[in-house]
Every structure is written in C-alpha cells, then in structure tokens.
Design a protein around this ligand. Structure first.
Ligand code: LLP
Length: 427
C-alpha cells in the first residue's frame, strides 16, 4: 500500500491511521485495504491501456459491493466467474454491458441470469457451452456477445513459461489439433451467438512478458485463419490476467504501462504482418490491482521457541484467512507494527490457530526476539485471493475487510459472527 508510514514510536500508520487504533476499532485479525491505492491502480491500468482497450478487473481476487462501485467509478470493467460474483456486481450497480462471465462449468441458471441481465460478454469454455449459451440466448430472444477461450500451448508461472503439459488442464479449447478453429466454426453458425473475439489466459503471478507475447501471436494466428476461412475479422482479443506483484523483495513486477506497450506492440505487429485490422484488446488483472492494496493485521497470542530450530509465533488467524502459504507455498513478509524493537532478529515462523501443522502464514521471517503476546503483526500484499479464499475451518469467523481512506476506516465486509455460523446450521 502506498500510504504506509512508521511514526516516531515505531507504530505503523496506513492512510493516516495507526494500527493500534485500527486494531482497537475493528479487532484482529482484519484486512485493511487502502482505497486510494486501489483507485490509483485502477487509474494506472485504465490510462496505460487508453480508450482503445478495456481493463476487466478479475473479481475472483476480491469482490465486494464497495469494490464494484470503485471499479464502476474508475472506468474499469469486471470479470465474474460465478453467479455469486455476478449478483454482487449487478447489485452494486455495475452496468451489465461492462461485465464478462467466465467459468469452465457455468450452470444453466448462471448463464440464463447473465443473458437476461444483458452482460457484455460470456467467455465460452467448451463445445457443450457453445451450444448451451446459444440455446439459452435464443430461447430468451437474445443474441449474446461471446468470446471463445482457447488454450494457446503456453503455461506461464512466475518467472518461466513452459510450452509443454499446458493442454492437460480443464480450461479452454485447444488451438492444437484444430479444436479452437472448430469451436469458431460452430459459434459462427448459431443464431443466439455473436462471436466477438478470442480469449486466452495463461497463468498467474507472471513477471516475464514472453509468455503473453507467444499467447498474443497464437491468438492473432487464429484470427487470421478465421478471416481466411470465413471472411470474418473478429474485432476483439482478450489476453487474460496473471500479472505478478511483489510479495517479497525478490519479485519484480511490470508496470501497467510496460504491459500495455508490450501487448499493444506485439498484437499490432502480428496483425500488420497478417493484413488484419488491429482488434480491440482487453486484459483481466485481479491480483495486480487489489493484491498490494491490503494487509492483514494479526495479534500475537503465544510465542514458542524451539531450541536450535526456530521460534513459532502464533497469531489469532491463520489458514482460514490466508490459505495461500499452505496451498501454494506462497511467500509473504511480516512486520512488527505496534512498536519498534532493538532486539536481535530471530528466525521465526508465523503460524495460525488452526488444528494442523501446515497452518503457516509466513514460513521464514526474522522478527525481533522480544516479540510477545499482544504485539501486532502485519502481513502485506494480502488483498488478492485471501479474503476471497477464506474459509470457516475450525468454525473460524472470517475477518472483516476495512477500507481505509482519508484518515478513517470503514467496514466494507463485516466480520462474521457466531450467529452467522449458527444461522446456516439448521439441523
Ligand atoms: N482471467 C482469468 C480467466 C482467470 O482465470 C484469472 C485467474 C484472472 C483473469 C486473474 O488472474 P490474476 O491477474 O489475479 O492473477 N488463487 C490463486 C490464483 C488463481 C487465479 C485463477 N484465475 C492464487 O491465490 O494465487
């Protein structure tokens, strides 16, 4: 977050509010999201891509009504991948034509709801779905704009991209073997569908543009084949999300303007070579927008020193509010934020309160050796895929999300209560 400072006593402030006050007012664990930072990142993406392109925020990273309103105001579009995300977007007033619906197994209800609402785009993920969406749209007397999601044969993760094993996964329709070309053929013949473009998403937490370039080249190649076979120039391509953020100082993220420039150049070059008019580009960043804007604040409960190994620092949350370390071996940093300390750094592991030893939030960290119960710890860069993947494991109450702006905090997703838990338990 861009507004984080440490005052003379070592107490960290965000958006002008100190963490001790935040902890008192909102409790711990809690996610604190810097609204100005979120909006600034939206604007940076919008400005980088300009009016000739669209930025769809990927709602799976974190979605709430407030987020939808910020996106709407900042001129972004929204990618939703479930009925739940769709209903949140519509409820908070995102115009339907700015919404794209994703998913490899959208239900009939989800599709019907999206078509009825008039979403701007449904991204088709299988042959069955091409038929299903066409059928539903036709029944509703609509012609639904759709893209076809293809798998381009690139699977990009972090620093490298691998051109094998990519087709062995559940998303999209393979370019290889003429599958995608066949999908286009079918979509073009169906009355309920207006095929507007091709979609490709190659992975997540990517720093290297090379994977995107291969993806763009292969998508343009398909557009060329479509033009040659059908005499139709599809007007859009979507190159997905997946742009990486800095979780640790080893990570070196690309800025939106670098990404826009690289993608714009490669698409333009390939289209010129093929004699195609340049399609409208869209992208779907989730993590790169919301990830850096929030941190999780925890209170230390117990400290256990294992002689010759490390010290386990247990906090009042855990894998129920951040599953990413347990699930992906994700790396985070952590800081003591409620005071300064001159004590020696000690090798620490920040763990939660859940009933399993894999309940780790930060695997290796150096915390001051005097860290003690009552201290507040902050884990930065938890805006993406933390609250949205939170669970009730051990009947944990999912933490609130507090938007911090202009010197005050406002709950945008409230803390779960025991009543919330018991309300669902109707046996
Ligand atoms: N578009 C599509 C079609 C996607 O599947 C995804 C992410 C995105 C956009 C946004 O990707 P982003 O820019 O946020 O990386 N739970 C995992 C990440 C799963 C991402 C799934 N799809 C994690 O915590 O790292």
């Amino acid at each position: 977050s861009r507004t984080v400072r440490r005052d003379a006593d070592g107490v960290v402030t965000v958006g002008g509010l100190d963490v001790k006050t935040l902890a008192e007012e909102f409790g711990t664990p809690a996610y604190f999201l810097d609204e100005e930072d979120f909006r600034a990142r939206c604007r940076a993406w919008r400005e980088a891509f300009g009016t000739g392109a669209d930025v769809y925020y990927a709602g799976k990273a974190f979605l709430s009504r407030a987020v939808v309103r910020w996106l709407t105001e900042e001129g972004l579009n929204l990618d939703v991948c479930s009925g739940g995300e769709l209903v949140t977007a519509l409820d908070a007033g995102m115009p339907a034509e700015r919404i794209a619906l994703h998913g490899n197994n959208k239900s009939t209800e989800e599709i019907t709801r999206a078509v009825e609402a008039g979403v701007g785009r449904i991204v088709l993920d299988s042959f069955q779905e091409i038929a299903r969406v066409a059928h539903i749209a036709q029944r509703l007397g609509r012609r639904q704009q759709v893209q076809i999601r293809v798998t381009v044969g690139v699977e990009a993760h972090t620093h490298e991209f691998i051109a094998t094993a990519h087709e062995d996964q559940k998303f999209g329709i393979a370019l290889a073997g003429g599958q995608a070309a066949e999908a286009v053929r079918r979509a073009l013949t169906l009355d309920g569908l207006e095929l507007t473009g091709i979609h490709s998403h190659i992975g997540s937490q990517i720093f290297d543009m090379a994977g995107f370039e291969v993806s763009a080249r292969r998508v343009v190649q398909l557009l060329t084949e479509v033009r040659d076979e059908h005499g139709v120039e599809l007007p859009e391509i979507d190159l997905g999300g997946g742009l990486g953020i800095a979780y640790t100082s080893d990570d070196d993220p690309r800025e939106p303007h670098e990404i826009a420039k690289a993608l714009g150049e490669i698409v333009t070059k390939e289209c010129e070579a093929a004699g195609l008019s340049v399609p409208r580009i869209s992208v779907e960043p989730g993590r790169a927008i919301v990830g850096p804007t929030a941190f999780t604040l925890y209170e230390v409960g117990t400290v256990k020193e294992l002689e010759g190994l490390r010290t386990y620092v247990s906090v009042d949350g855990g894998m129920s509010d951040n599953i990413r370390t347990a699930l992906y071996d994700a790396e985070y940093t952590v800081a003591l934020v409620s005071r300064t300390s001159d004590a020696e750094p000690m090798l620490s592991r920040v763990v939660g309160k859940h009933c399993e030893s894999g309940d780790i939030i930060v695997r290796d960290a150096f915390l001051p050796s005097d860290v003690a119960p009552g201290d507040l710890l902050a884990v930065p860069a938890t805006g993406a895929y933390c609250r949205s993947m939170a669970s009730n494991y051990n009947h944990a109450l999912r933490p609130p999300v507090v938007a911090v702006a202009e010197g005050s905090g406002r709950v945008i997703v409230r803390r779960e209560t025991e009543e919330d838990l018991l309300r669902l338990d109707v046996g």
